[in-house]
Design a protein around this ligand. Structure first.
Ligand code: ZN
Length: 250
């Protein structure tokens, strides 16, 4: 096992599959982990409650799983950025809108919250700076980016440079899921020994149903298809392709 980094990381933590995987990734790689959950007018407040609960237990689970022996508990914070829902209309915060089931040809689906990752990561950076933290972790992925432009690598790198210039700091934005798909994200969770925790106790569903979710919304379809692919592949673990295993080592 790689030795833990002696530093602290701040994880942008929604309580969904991706950010929970990142939370445990951070617990493995950093001495101390701070998790920041944003309230931005999302329809399902249960998401925030579940995030708080997972964060409360994550340190102990990580210790039991041997990810960070001697590591501490996760320090959890909640930040209200609900002004975001007043800036634009999207189906994640507007209860009157019917959610796009597919990405339209001419742009992102209406589940896209414009500026969300820009605001989240910028606020996280200021929050981190106050605490002398320069490592930020986010679960964005270009591979399964669902048409959201602010999940792409070029945006994150540009934002990293902007934050450093804007605050004269040396932030490092870590994106452990950037180049892996949902099946590989499940594989990563399995390697961190939290596959079942993430499967049953996180909330990714746009209809607010925890675990395997409603099964119908775009988030559930993506998450569940990845889970099926991973569970099928791991039926014969050796069938897992070399490319995927290579990615997971990173
Ligand atoms: Zn769903």
């Amino acid at each position: 096992m790689k030795p833990m980094n002696k530093e602290t990381a701040l994880v942008v933590f929604s309580g969904g599959q991706d950010s929970t995987t990142c939370l445990f990734w951070a617990l493995k790689h950093f001495q101390k982990v701070v998790a920041l959950t944003f309230v931005y007018g999302q329809k399902h407040v249960l998401e925030v409650e579940m995030a708080e609960q997972i964060a409360a237990e994550a340190g102990e689970i990580a210790r039991q799983n041997g990810l960070n022996e001697g590591g501490g508990d996760v320090e959890w914070h909640k930040m209200d950025v609900s002004f975001i829902s007043q800036l634009s209309h999207n189906s994640l915060t507007d209860t009157t809108m019917i959610m796009d089931q597919e990405k339209p040809a001419d742009g992102p689906p209406n589940t896209f919250v414009p500026g969300r990752n820009l605001f989240f990561i910028s606020v996280a950076a200021v929050f981190a700076r106050e605490r002398g933290i320069n490592h930020l972790v986010t679960g964005v992925s270009q591979t399964d980016y669902s048409g959201y432009p602010d999940c792409r690598d070029a945006f994150i790198k540009a934002l990293n440079v902007s934050l450093n210039l804007g605050m004269d700091e040396q932030f490092v934005i870590h994106t452990p899921l950037m180049w892996i798909d949902k099946a590989q994200t499940w594989a990563k969770a399995d390697r961190l020994k939290v596959l079942d925790l993430i499967r049953y106790r996180t909330l990714t569903c746009y209809n607010g149903i925890p675990g395997d979710g409603c099964g119908e919304c775009p988030a559930c379809k993506l998450r569940n298809a990845g889970l099926r692919e991973y569970l099928t592949l791991t039926d014969g673990r050796e069938k897992f392709t070399r490319r995927k295993i290579q990615t997971l080592k990173s």
